[in-house]
Design a protein around this ligand. Structure first.
Ligand code: PEP
Ligand code: MG
Length: 905
């Protein structure tokens, strides 16, 4: 059989179904479904998305069969509606609308009232006995058609304010002025009759072509314009943001027009079967008497509430549909129930009432806020409308994120433009006065002010200021830069890599796009989107929903992956436990040298780093030892028997070399050497590529005493807790390993220290695991050998991405955005795991590792461990756990459950 390009619906039946969205687009598939359900839908037909693809593949032409198929379908519509397209006495008018697989609201084009011509106008007037209505419909057709078909689809790009629609609007405004009226509805039939002639002249003058007076020409013009709009600028930009593939194409829906603007028994409206902002189970919507759909959407008139129960302050004085047209409202309400029962979800519907008769024009699964998604999922579960698995899939991980942070009120955000954009490093919103140094952030906060810390980039010395600030904004850096990692760990709002900022520390100011912002000026950050706004925008706190816990319980029923957290302090560990963490997957030892209470340990660490001899170094390490042990012990204790992976010191030592003259002087004194010597020793530690320099296990190989001190501190802390009757489960993790020999070398030390600690505490054994990070491609490839020594693998996908791509993780701000923009990469690989390349290394590593050690425990502790699509990948490749910052623990739990549910299907 020849390929079928046109699917009909109407008269209680349809050729399509709701599950044919790929072919018919969301709108077409749902119109078909409603028709099949017997819901009143004006008859029509859908031209498939395949035709859109064909159209673009064949130089914007159609196969010759299409015309006959369209004509046949048009006859079908004519028969059901009892009117004929182009007929002078009894004309049928149609709408031509787009409909992609997933909704792209407002991104593509629509033409209404197609089929009105000089020949059909008299027939329409006779039929409706309403000349005003007919001329109003005609002027709308000319406006839309000339704009959508004759200008946009023809590729004409007029100057700002010179588009045909604007010019026609000017004519209409002039007419209203001349008639001394303010509302469109106050123009009479005669006024409109004059106006349409003016419109036609203007169209010819501006576009050089007459407005077509042939119905078929109008129809095909409309169809092609919709296909064209698939590649319109707005649609392309939207697809890029939403990740919708270009080759999906749109369908075209041609449907008999019904009119909501035929007088006071006609109306139009949009509704949600439940409240999309709160999830409340109340029919919620807006309607306008004597109006066409575009009037509601365009906000030309203020719509009235659908019913009494959902009136608000702004619309409480207006008549609801429930009271104005009680019978029709009842019918609509019954359809609402029927559709919800059938679709088992909240729907967004559009309807028109033509002279008392109700018609459904659209239904689709409605968009909703995180709070609403949560409440609806739990309500529908309780109502027996959906099962547990479905409830778990009803909240996207991003929506869950919304529930965990205060956010910028989307309504407030809609009205303003961001002054700059950066990378969304820490989700949620923040609003505060800007300061340009960590010290000021701390000081101002002490004074009771709310501040946003603005830095070129942050380093460990800024941590206290970062903690004090409500939000962090940096000019440089990527998603795994210091600022991003720290902020995300705390669940703090943060935007990094905001290239538009020109920061002047000296003047305590910054310039953005020519405008100067001084210390104390107020900004609002949307860390979820990476948008920076001037001034104060309203914030929303969505987190206190008691159903959250209930929902998360449900989530945990289905997931296989365990979820741990990256935490380095007892406070973070506690927070993560509240969020449901089942262990610590990454305790970065070096974090004890940053932030609160770190002065003395940092001083001792510096002393150790600048030591010249082993003796000096050992002495410094001995001094440092009690601090490290205390630090380990506190977190191990909080975790109460859950596994805690402690990673030995990882960063290049030069990161800790003191820069300020006072600190250098202090050290010189402590080491009994000159200031000059301190500086010199610091300089010798300088590296050109520190990320690939003397860091991670390499430190332990050169200075075994550093490893020894840490292992002893950990095992002694463990032994003491055990003797106190506590439960402890430490795991020693060696970072930046590239060969098993490194692991073996360190293992000798670990075994020796282990024996010594057991003897010291008179313990027969101390339970612990010895494992490694896999964060260098060579380690992944030689995983079979590494697994002979390592009892567990933890994928450090920050470094694995860095070294797999050869992209410096701290310097990607300069080029990765371009790569994404130019579609060279689908996304920033530091945010979303590159499954094709880095994922392959992970797969190979697991396979080779488990071939040698079948029970090898495998997890991930890079930033990807909290990113939903990456978590799903970790599930697929058979990892045992993911580990992420505390605030992302619930997100990872949900993503893991959804991945498991997908497997069950
Ligand atoms: C990693 O590389 O993925 C990792 C977790 O370690 P870090 O970010 O501390 O280098
Ligand atoms: Mg790393």
């Amino acid at each position: 059989m020849a390929q079928k390009f046109v699917y009909r619906f109407g008269g209680g039946k349809a050729e399509g179904r709701a599950d044919m969205k790929e072919l018919l687009g969301g709108k077409g598939a749902n119109l078909a479904e409603m028709a099949n359900l017997g819901v009143p839908v004006p008859a029509g037909f859908t031209i498939t998305t395949e035709m859109c693809t064909y159209y673009y593949q064949h130089g914007k032409t159609y196969p010759k069969e299409l015309e006959a198929e369209v004509l046949d379908a048009l006859h079908f519509v004519e028969e059901i509606m009892g009117a004929k397209f182009g007929d002078p006495n009894n004309p049928l008018l149609v709408s031509v609308r787009s409909g992609a697989r997933s909704s792209m609201p407002g991104m593509m084009e629509t033409v209404l009232n197609v089929g009105l011509t000089s020949k059909t106008i008299p027939g329409m007037i006779q039929k409706t006995n309403n000349p005003r209505f007919v001329y109003d419909a005609y002027r709308r057709l000319i406006m839309m058609y000339s704009d959508v078909v004759m200008e946009k689809a023809a590729g004409i790009e007029p100057e700002e304010g010179k588009g045909i629609r604007v010019q026609l609007e000017h004519l209409m405004a002039a007419m209203k002025k001349q008639k001394g009226v303010t509302e469109d509805t106050e123009l009479t039939a005669d006024d409109l009759k004059v106006l349409v002639e003016q419109f036609k002249e203007k169209v010819k003058e501006v576009l050089g072509k007459p407005f077509p007076d042939d119905p078929m020409e109008q129809l095909w013009g409309g169809i092609s314009a919709v296909f064209q709009s698939w590649n319109g600028k707005r649609a392309v930009a939207y697809r890029r943001i939403e990740g919708i593939p270009d080759d999906w194409g749109t369908a075209v829906n041609v449907q008999a027009m019904v009119f909501g603007n035929m007088g006071d028994t006609s109306a139009t409206g949009v509704a949600f079967t439940r409240n999309p902002a709160t999830g409340e189970n109340k029919f919620y919507g807006e309607w306008l008497v004597n109006a066409q759909g575009e009037d509601v959407v365009a906000g030309i008139r203020t719509p009235a509430p659908l019913n009494e129960a959902t009136k608000n302050e702004q619309n409480k004085h207006m008549a609801s549909l429930e009271t104005a047209m009680p019978e029709t409202y009842k019918e609509l309400d019954a359809i609402r129930t029927r559709l919800e029962k059938h679709y088992k979800d909240m729907l967004d519907i559009e309807f028109t009432i033509q002279e008392g008769r109700l018609w459904m024009l659209q239904c689709r699964v409605g968009k909703r806020t995180g709070t609403a998604a949560l409440n609806m999922a739990m309500d529908m579960l309780e109502e027996g409308l959906i099962d547990e698995k479905t409830a778990v899939t009803r909240l996207s991980p991003n929506q869950l994120d919304e529930l965990l942070h205060p956010i910028v009120d989307p309504a407030a955000e809609k009205n303003v433009k961001p002054i700059a954009k950066g990378l969304p490093a820490g989700p949620g919103g923040a609003c505060g006065q800007i300061v340009f140094s960590a010290a000021d952030a701390v000081e101002w906060t002490k004074q009771g002010k709310t501040v946003i810390l603005v830095r070129e980039e942050t380093n460990p010395e800024d941590v206290e200021g970062m903690r004090a600030a409500v939000g962090i904004l940096t000019g440089r850096g990527g998603m795994t830069s210091h600022a991003a990692l720290v902020a995300r760990g705390w669940g703090k709002c943060c935007i990094v890599g905001c290239g538009a900022l020109e920061i002047n520390y000296k003047n305590k100011s910054m310039t953005v796009d020519g405008k100067v912002y001084k210390e104390g000026d107020v900004l609002t950050l949307n860390g979820t989107r990476g948008y920076v706004y001037e001034g104060k925008l309203a914030m929303m706190n969505a987190s206190e929903n008691p159903r959250f816990v209930q929902f998360m319980k449900l989530v945990d029923k289905f997931r296989r992956l365990r979820v741990r957290t990256n935490a380095d302090t007892p406070e973070d560990a506690k927070k993560a436990l509240e969020f449901g963490a089942e262990g610590i997957g990454l305790f970065r030892t070096e974090h004890m040298f940053y932030g609160k209470g770190s002065d003395q340990p940092l001083f001792l660490l510096r002393k150790m780093i600048l030591s010249k001899t082993e003796e000096e170094r050992k002495a410094a390490l001995d001094e440092l030892f009690p601090y490290v042990k205390k630090d380990f012990k506190a977190t191990l204790e909080v975790m109460d028997g859950l596994p805690v992976t402690v990673r030995l010191l990882d960063p290049p030592l030069h990161e800790f070399v003191p820069q300020s003259p006072e600190k250098q002087a202090e050290l010189a004194k402590a080491l009994g050497i000159s200031l000059e010597d301190v500086k010199k020793r610091g300089e010798t530690l300088h590296e050109t590529n520190p990320m690939m320099g003397h860091r991670g296990v390499r430190l332990g190989i050169t200075y075994p005493e550093i490893t020894e001190m840490q292992v002893r501190a950990l095992l002694e802390a463990t032994a003491e807790l055990l003797l106190e009757g506590k439960k402890v489960l430490p795991e020693i993790m060696i970072p930046v390993v590239c060969t098993v020999k490194e692991l073996d070398h360190q293992k000798v030390l670990v075994d020796r220290v282990y024996k010594e600690v057991c003897a010291k505490y008179k313990l027969e054994k101390i339970e612990f695991l010895y494992g490694t990070m896999i964060e260098i491609p060579r380690a992944a490839l030689t995983a079979g050998k590494i697994a002979q020594t390592a009892e567990f693998f933890s994928y450090g996908t920050n470094d694995l991405t860095q070294m797999g791509f050869g992209f410096s993780r701290d310097d990607i701000g300069g080029f990765v955005p371009d790569y994404v923009e130019k579609k060279i990469l689908p996304a920033d690989p530091f945010q979303i795991l590159d499954q094709e390349g880095i994922g392959e290394l992970i797969r190979i590593g697991i396979e080779r590792g488990r071939a040698v050690r079948p029970k090898l425990k495998v997890g991930i502790c890079g930033e990807h461990g909290g990113e939903p699509s990456s978590v799903a990948f970790c599930h697929q490749v058979g990892m045992d756990y993911v580990s992420c910052s505390p605030y992302r623990v619930p997100i990872a739990r949900l993503a893991a459950a959804q991945a498991a549910i997908k497997d069950m299907k």
